[in-house]
Design a protein around this ligand. Structure first.
Ligand code: AMP
Length: 588
């Protein structure tokens, strides 16, 4: 079935604005089909699954129908459970955001009558309730149905299963005869057919069927998780599977923006693609992704339609797609031309139903996987570090430091102790906050920043690992001053912090950048994401103009493009940042 743009469906500007605000880019098949019919005043019987977008399909025309100047209930939506009633009420509230004066009210068993009386008395235009409680209010005279223009049965077959059929018939028989009737049901058992026959007038039947789909032959897994854990789990999977080139799908533009922020703040080279970006911007991002200037592209379905890139290792369904067709389109971006590929899908809460529909349509080859624990991620990191050391030893391409080591041996340290201390300094054993980008095992071969422009290489919270990397990079460029290291280790006093020992340079090494310092740091629970957020947010400079960030205990160094520095200083100096007065100046 064809999908349409919301602007093609005959909705008012207020509702189009609300849809854009919620972040839906195009109407789902059920919405494309049902909205114009309902706006035209016809009754509808829709056969469509949860997850197809059916709530907005009936909620948008319902909101459109309400006259907010009349203080009476004009739309009644019956739902099988209190959870669904609340969910539908939330969707109605979001979609009615720009319709002044339209009020919705969920009423369900278990909630105090008092609160519901008050809500009804205030004049709820759209009442969303479970059949039992709706009947209660009708019997008490607190819910009046004489001005109802539309009645909607959501998930009618579930209400039937739950034994509500008599209540439903009772409610429907008390409605004004000229009202519009809408029924949604995933299946069509006899009693529901009967209901449709008795209580609708010439209903338009809308059926969204999952088509038989050809699924690419790639590994497909899903993870069941809490919605709030998605970012964390995504980062764990990227780290543990060492994914370097992936496409991540989100449901809305807002989610795309948010996730891109999270990923860049955690040090991944990620950028976004969605419908609010100009064509030129989109092309720029695409070109960068194609050239591997990005590790991850975060996109909505619509924006990603033009993404035609080979070698994508993994497609993440960070949010579930609208339907099975979208699922197949999405995952078809990986495993091209006979290469291996993987599709990873996140499923939160009730969405498991939606996934089951997808599995049915795709002949169920999506396997459940277990979310890796933080300690497994850590283990993987340690083993990557072990591999790096072993490869370096076996490759033999490192400069020897016999003199320094002899000196340490002479002082009575064992070789194992010396090696352990060095590993410690290199950050190979320090626990890393879960989800923080695992440093790639590239300390020695790390490409220069020009080749990896997006990765903030100094993001890792452990200054020791960064310093190690930096030192190694310096090692490549210039002869090693082993005396310097010897001096540091030899003279190290127990009380001295590593930060004092490895005070970072106060001058930016990036062409065109200057280094600024801030009077806040890790001790104040500042993260690199906070730093990028406050600078990009308040000074309104593009994130690309913010470079390396180095967090010390009470100071943060951040590189910004030279031309923006005065503006950043002007905008940020003196503001409250994480509860402290921010003082910012040129570091050099
Ligand atoms: P429903 O089938 O109504 O339970 O909707 C399932 C999910 O899809 C909900 O989280 C909605 O917010 C979301 N949704 C509904 N319509 C759209 C759309 N046109 N584009 C993207 N997401 C949508």
């Amino acid at each position: 079935m064809q999908k349409k743009l919301f602007t093609e469906l005959g909705l008012s500007p207020e509702l189009l604005k609300a849809v854009a605000r919620v972040g839906y880019e195009e109407a789902s098949p059920i919405q494309s089909e049902a909205i114009p019919v309902l706006l035209g005043g016809a009754d509808v019987f829709g056969q469509s699954q949860t997850g197809s977008g059916k709530t907005a399909a009936f909620a948008l025309p319902a909101i459109e129908l309400v006259d907010p100047t009349i203080r009476a209930t004009q739309v009644l939506i019956l739902c099988p459970t209190r959870e669904l009633a609340v969910q539908v009420a939330e969707e109605v509230s979001k979609l009615a955001f720009f319709k002044r004066g339209v009020r919705e009210l969920p009423i369900y068993g278990g909630q105090s009558y008092e609160r519901q009386f008050q809500g009804l008395q205030r004049g709820a235009h759209i009442v969303i309730g479970t059949p039992g409680r709706v009947m209660d209010h009708m019997d008490r005279g607190t819910l009046k149905l004489d001005q109802i223009k539309m009645v909607i049965l959501d998930e009618a077959d579930r209400m039937l299963d739950m034994g509500f059929i008599d209540d439903i018939k009772n409610v429907l028989s008390k409605m004004p005869p000229q009202r519009q009737t809408v029924m949604f049901s995933a299946t069509l058992p006899g009693p529901i057919q009967q209901l449709v026959k008795s209580f609708t007038r010439n209903p338009v039947n809308i059926r969204i069927q999952d088509q038989a789909l050809t699924v690419p032959n790639i590994e497909q897994v899903y993870y069941e998780l809490d919605r709030r854990a998605k970012v964390e789990v995504l980062c764990r999977l990227i780290d543990i599977e060492d994914i370097k080139f992936g496409l991540i799908f989100c449901a809305t533009k807002m989610m795309v923006d948010e996730l891109t922020e999270h990923l860049t703040a955690r040090g991944y080279a990620a950028d976004k693609l969605h419908g609010d970006m100009s064509q030129a911007m989109r092309e720029r991002v695409m070109a960068k992704f194609r050239k591997r200037g990005l590790e991850f592209l975060v996109a909505t379905d619509v924006a990603a339609r033009g993404v035609d890139v080979d070698d994508i290792e993994v497609v993440f369904n960070y949010d579930l797609p609208q339907d099975s067709e979208d699922y197949v389109h999405r995952i078809g971006r990986t495993g091209r031309a006979g290469r291996s590929g993987k599709a990873i899908t996140f499923v939160a809460g009730r969405e498991i139903w939606k996934l089951q529909n997808i599995m049915r349509a795709t002949k169920g080859k999506i396997h459940r996987a277990r979310v890796p624990s933080a300690s497994e991620v850590e283990e993987k990191r340690t083993s990557a570090f072990y591999d790096l050391i072993r490869d370096t030893l076996e490759g033999g391409e490192y400069r020897r430091h016999d003199e320094l080591i002899d000196q340490l041996l002479d002082q009575g340290h064992t070789p194992t102790d010396i090696a352990s201390a060095l590993i410690h300094l290199a950050g190979g054993e320090k626990p890393r906050p879960a989800g923080e980008r695992t440093p790639e095992p590239v300390a020695i071969t790390i490409p220069r920043r020009e080749e990896r422009p997006e990765r903030r290489q100094e993001f890792a919270p452990e200054p020791n690992f960064d310093t190690f990397k930096k030192k190694k990079r310096a090692t490549e460029a210039a002869p090693v001053d082993s005396g310097d290291l010897r001096e540091r280790i030899g003279k190290a006093r127990p009380k001295r912090t590593r930060e004092e020992e490895f005070e970072p340079s106060k001058v930016s090494h990036e062409p065109g950048m200057v280094r600024l310092s801030m009077n806040t740091g890790r001790d104040h629970e500042i993260t690199p994401g906070d730093v990028v957020g406050v600078i990009a947010g308040l000074a309104k400079i593009p994130k690309e103009c913010i470079g390396a960030i180095r967090l010390l205990a009470r100071t943060t160094y951040v590189d910004v493009a030279r031309e923006h520095a005065p503006h950043v200083l002007e905008k940020l100096n003196g503001i409250k940042f994480k509860g402290r007065n921010l003082f910012m100046s040129l570091a050099e």
